[in-house]
Design a protein around this ligand. Sequence first.
Ligand SMILES: [Zn+2]
Length: 221
Amino acid sequence: MKVIIVSAHPDDAETASGGFIAKAADAGHEVVILHGGPAVKGLEYEGRSSWDVRTEESAVAAKILGARLEFLDWGHSVFEFNNRTLGQLDEFITRERPDLVIGHYPIDTHRDHQVIAVLTHQLFMVQRQWQLAFFEVYTGIQTLEFTPNRYVDISKFIDRKNDSILAHVSQGPQPQVAMHLKMSRFRGIEFGVEHAEAFHMMGRSANGPADVLFDGPRRYR
Ligand SMILES: [Zn+2]
């Protein structure tokens, strides 16, 4: 199985689905993390280009999780939904031929996240070759009104997930770790395990081959 994680910014893929990525990679699946872009264009971090620093940090994180890393060239906070960006993502996904694409949920306070959600959904409707799921980041602050219909037990992968978030040193990543630990514990309670990540699989794409990567919601007696 081949999975593309379409992440607006470095650390979105890791916070939302780091456990899923590590688990899928360990099971022999090919996982590609595609970040929309490394940083705000022109920004510096400790005398170096943030673009370069965050590219390097992302490479460390992807290696920890066992994923391949790719980037588009979009500067943060000015992502656009237009024919050019749709074409860039179309070209990437067409070339990679994934079984599953996971991206941002459309209801989100961050504009870049919303653009990724709309782009992936548009391509999902047009290409019809792969399944589409959405993940959640900073729920309640960024992702809003998220209703999961798929879960993944990541209890054994929580340390690698945390390490991948901590690789983003320039971001002061401790709060991101703390927040997403709360989320994975909460989703774990819902699902009946210690730590879980939750996803929303688009209904029209359910019951495809990539379903083996997920569990449905917990069944109560
Ligand atoms: Zn983000």
